[in-house]
Ligand binder design. Structure first.
Ligand code: GDP
Length: 521
């Protein structure tokens, strides 16, 4: 006997309005058709055009993906080093940032030696699952827009996390793929980087001067932090279109950039009439926890969350480079809940009328209200959970409702290399995404993924300028479900220097959690 079934039942079809292909065997990945049963119905529906494009994408992936004869043909030029004239199948390979901690630290120091005053919001810390999912999602959008097949250069940390997203094929680069040393080849200074090729004059920014078979066999698109400048001019996109293999490495949610490019405007309007739901749809389409991760999610949900009438998620991320002291962060959470009535169940004031009323009511009927609210805390540390649980243990709520507080794990440290650690982190993002209201920490991709999958606009605990500085307001409600592109390019093509990137199109604005950033809504 497994855990009890979810209490939220609704009629939303199990294919998420056609987003998911019906072609999979249910047993091959238990979460694929089941996870939506654990959430309230999505407020967003995928457009019929998006559904049609996904089915076309899947057909292309089957035709061109690993194992297909066309794949073999496409790989050959990688051995010879020369790009073939435009071939039927083109690819984009996503490769994660390995050893990000060191990489970002060195990047940060390069910036400071250059006297570049730019803040690197979530740099300097090893990041993983949240970042992997956000970056991967925009690489898939790039594949959709440019008719490429998305392949994944998965490091071993990736094993056992996700199910295959495309029916009848695989997204993993197969064994024997000619490029092996990804970490060595795809570096900032690499001659294969598009930006470096342009600077060295190896490719011209004018696509008319570039013939496909004069190009190297692949190009590296380095979209790390502010290096996003490199790729989002239309002329760049036209040159890039001639490469059959593009390898992308990034640590930002660059999807928003495509929405600033006139060339993709019409297509994107048809794919995503609701721009707020780009990540929501694509992440729900792509990311299905493996059976092992799903087992953790179901067990935990059944034991701790299933009976609740309302679920509130509270994600507290304390970044190593911004070590906000416990009392400050806890105080910020309290002020946020005072400032936003209805966010967390209110505790009755000691000796106040409500407190007397509740105790009398509890004595006579057990409770004035049988409502049960579950607060799910996710954090690397247990202090927040302990303090909040203690408050609800010692005090009645104003309404008399019951509150339970849970935290699945408190790992203390990020361990990107450990499979079980990553599985728990992914499980927790999923559990958060089952919540009705979600409070997240500013600039955390872990939080972005949770509310993005949920389709919920979060309350964001704002980031102080320094670890001990006060923050006012403590939190704001996000205007959108979309993640923030935290580091947009400093320069935009065809736009006057110094223009405000948040004012270029009516559907992209600066982010609440990173003012320089950009998000769709
Ligand atoms: P970000 O750094 O907040 O943008 O999110 P990432 O997911 O990219 O990186 C943070 C990593 O730290 C996660 O992948 C986990 O390994 C770990 N981590 C952070 N917060 C939590 C948490 O609440 N629960 C668990 N299990 N792991 C966490």
């Amino acid at each position: 006997a497994g855990p009890p079934p979810p209490t939220i039942r609704h009629d939303q079809d199990r294919l998420l309005g056609g987003l998911l292909s019906p072609a999979f065997d249910e047993q091959s990945c238990r979460s694929r058709y089941a996870s939506s049963l654990y959430r309230r119905p999505s407020p967003f529906r995928p457009s019929t055009y998006l559904v049609e494009r996904l089915r076309r994408y899947e057909a292309r992936h089957r035709r061109c993906g690993p194992g297909a004869p066309l794949f073999k043909d496409a790989v050959e030029p990688l051995r010879s080093g020369r790009n073939a004239a435009r071939s039927e199948c083109q690819y984009v390979v996503w490769t994660p940032i390995n050893g990000l901690g060191n990489r970002m630290l060195s990047l940060a120091s390069t910036f400071s030696t250059l006297g570049h005053g730019r803040a690197l919001p979530s740099a300097c810390s090893a990041q993983w699952i949240g970042l992997v999912i956000t970056v991967h999602t925009n690489t898939f959008l790039y594949a959709l827009l440019t008719d490429r097949v998305l392949l994944v250069h998965a490091p071993h940390e990736f094993d056992g996390l996700f199910c295959e997203p495309f029916p009848g094929s695989s997204w993993a680069l197969p064994a024997g793929f000619p490029i092996t040393d990804f970490a060595g080849v795809f570096t900032m200074g690499s001659p294969t980087s598009y930006k470096n090729m342009r600077q060295a004059g190896a490719v011209s920014g004018d696509h008319r001067n570039v013939t496909a078979d004069s190009l190297p066999a692949f190009v590296f698109l380095d979209l790390i932090q502010s290096f996003t400048d490199a790729a989002f001019c239309e002329s760049d996109q036209r040159v890039l279109a001639k490469f059959n293999w593009v390898v992308v490495k990034s640590d930002v949610y660059f999807a928003a950039m495509f929405f600033l490019m006139p060339a993709y405007e019409r297509e994107l309007a048809r794919l995503f009439p609701e721009k707020e739901a780009v990540f929501h749809h694509l992440a729900r389409y792509l990311f299905h926890p493996s059976d092992d991760v799903w087992a953790i999610v179901r067990r935990y949900y059944g034991a701790y969350l299933a009976r609740a009438d309302e679920r509130v998620g509270l994600q507290v991320r304390v970044f190593p480079e911004m070590p906000v002291p416990f009392e400050n962060m806890y105080g910020q959470i309290l002020r946020c809940s005072e400032q936003e009535p209805g966010l967390l169940p209110k505790v009755a004031r000691k000796g106040g009328a409500a407190a007397n009323h509740s105790s009398a009511a509890v004595a006579s009927s057990g409770s004035r209200s049988n409502k049960l609210t579950s607060i799910l805390v996710t954090s690397l540390f247990s202090d927040y959970y302990e303090r909040i649980r203690g408050v609800y243990y010692a005090n009645p709520t104003e309404t008399g409702e019951f509150v339970e507080v849970h935290q699945p794990s408190h790992e203390r440290e990020q361990r990107t290399e450990a499979r079980a650690h990553n599985q728990r982190a992914l499980a927790e993002m999923y559990l958060l995404s089952f919540c009705d209201r979600i409070v997240t920490t500013a600039v955390s991709t872990f939080g972005y993924v949770a509310h993005g999958l949920a389709g919920v606009r979060p309350w964001v605990l704002l980031r102080p300028p320094t670890p001990e500085a006060p923050v006012d307001p403590a939190c704001v409600r996000s205007r959108t479900v979309e993640p923030c592109l935290q580091a947009p390019p400093r320069r935009m093509c065809g736009v006057a220097e110094g223009s405000d990137i948040g004012a270029l199109v009516p559907y992209a604005r600066h982010c609440e959690d990173e003012h320089k950033g950009l998000k769709l809504f």
